[in-house]
Design a protein around this ligand. Structure first.
Ligand code: 3HC
Length: 332
């Protein structure tokens, strides 16, 4: 099975719920926010830890494909912008780990689960970034897909997660625009630059569509997550919205979406488009994508080489706490 079994099957109807569960569901249905110390069903807590944890890991691992280009950015200005973007992603990871910690799990525990392969991160970061145009495609398509998913999450039912999403979405919008700005430059540049932009779009289009998760028919968590308003839309709804917004942007760039079946469907008011190769998606999330090994080993190396630093920080915090305690005793 490709998913963690925090199950959606066996969802309870209101009648089957205990009084506590029913009161909780009624609060959710009334769009109340749930806060850390309040009662919540164990499944709600576990689902949030899984989703927020995976989201945090995606932000952290997501630094790697772009960090790879900081030293090779074509101008000082591009370098400074890319560096700021990569730092923002680290910040997003930290807000999200903090939000997850309010649910009774530590950041170290989550990191260990990432490194052991027990928790996932977004499939998209297992694809390589081969050219500078890929920095444009990542900002435009990957951050664009991330925003499409995350703007609704500002209204998610868990208070700390929804509040973290507000700042994250503002920063992701800047990321998307910087990517589109790179694409505009490349698409309006020399024929070779335009070709690089087209090649980047060709390689990132379907992996970007996969970011929204499996089709609704295969999504094991959606039903329960939507009943709890942990997710606000289904995977297919968001994928459709992304295609509808992105195709005109590709046209504006003078680039071709690599999907021969793409066609406007007047009746549904959206595009018909080809599904990604779901076998490829399932292989990537099982660990067999082009860069899974490279990404995880980079995180493993950072974790083990940073051990002395984490120990130093803890020792410093312990010393500062005992100094404060001694000063307080002396003052009493
Ligand atoms: N990559 C990796 N795993 C994925 C995935 C993807 N693109 N899409 C789905 N999966 C996994 C799920 O995590 C789940 O596995 P698990 O049980 O081991 O966790 C399994 O596939 C089943 O899929 P479901 O549709 O049932 O899972 P969800 O209901 O959790 O939906 C989701 C998946 C839409 C990604 C949802 O978790 C979500 O909205 N998460 C929050 C947003 C997020 O994590 N975004 C990461 C994007 S990258 C990013 O933000 C970085 C930025 O800098 C670009």
């Amino acid at each position: 099975m490709y998913a963690q079994m925090v199950k959606s099957e066996g969802m309870k109807s209101l009648e089957e719920m205990s009084p506590e569960e029913r009161a909780f569901q009624e609060r959710i249905d009334a769009n109340e926010k749930i806060e850390p110390k309040e009662w919540m069903p164990e499944g709600y807590r576990k689902t949030l830890i899984r989703q927020i944890g995976q989201h945090a890991h995606s932000e952290i691992v997501g630094q790697l494909p772009e960090g790879n280009w900081v030293t090779r950015a074509p101008t000082l200005e591009r370098k400074a912008i890319l560096l700021a973007k990569v730092q923002d992603e680290a910040g997003h990871g930290l807000y999200l780990y903090s939000a997850a910690e309010t649910l009774g799990v530590t950041r170290d525990e989550l990191t260990e689960k990432l490194l052991s392969g027990d928790m996932k991160y977004s499939s998209i970061f297992n694809y390589p970034t081969l050219t500078w145009a890929d920095m444009g495609a990542v900002g435009w398509l990957v951050d664009g897909a991330a925003i499409m998913n995350q703007v609704p999450l500002q209204r998610t039912s868990y208070g700390p997660y929804s509040r973290a999403m507000i700042r994250i979405c503002k920063e992701e919008s800047f990321h998307q625009r910087q990517g589109f700005a790179i694409m505009m430059k490349m698409a309006n540049g020399t024929p070779e630059q335009k070709e690089m932009a087209q090649d980047a779009l060709n390689r990132f289009w379907f992996p970007a569509l996969m970011m929204f998760g499996p089709s609704d028919a295969d999504s094991v968590h959606s039903a329960q997550s939507m009943a709890w308003k942990i997710k606000m839309n289904t995977n297919d709804e968001l994928r459709q919205k992304f295609v509808d917004e992105t195709v005109p942007q590709a046209e504006f760039l003078g680039l071709t979406v690599p999907d021969k079946t793409l066609a406007w469907n007047e009746e549904k008011g959206g595009y018909d488009f080809a599904e990604p190769d779901w076998n490829e998606f399932f292989e990537v999330i099982k660990g067999n994508g082009p860069c899974n090994e490279e990404r995880l080993s980079a995180r493993q190396k950072a974790w083990s080489e940073g051990a002395w630093f984490r120990e130093g920080l803890t020792a410093y915090a312990d010393k500062a706490a005992s100094r404060r305690a001694a000063a307080q005793m002396a003052a009493e």
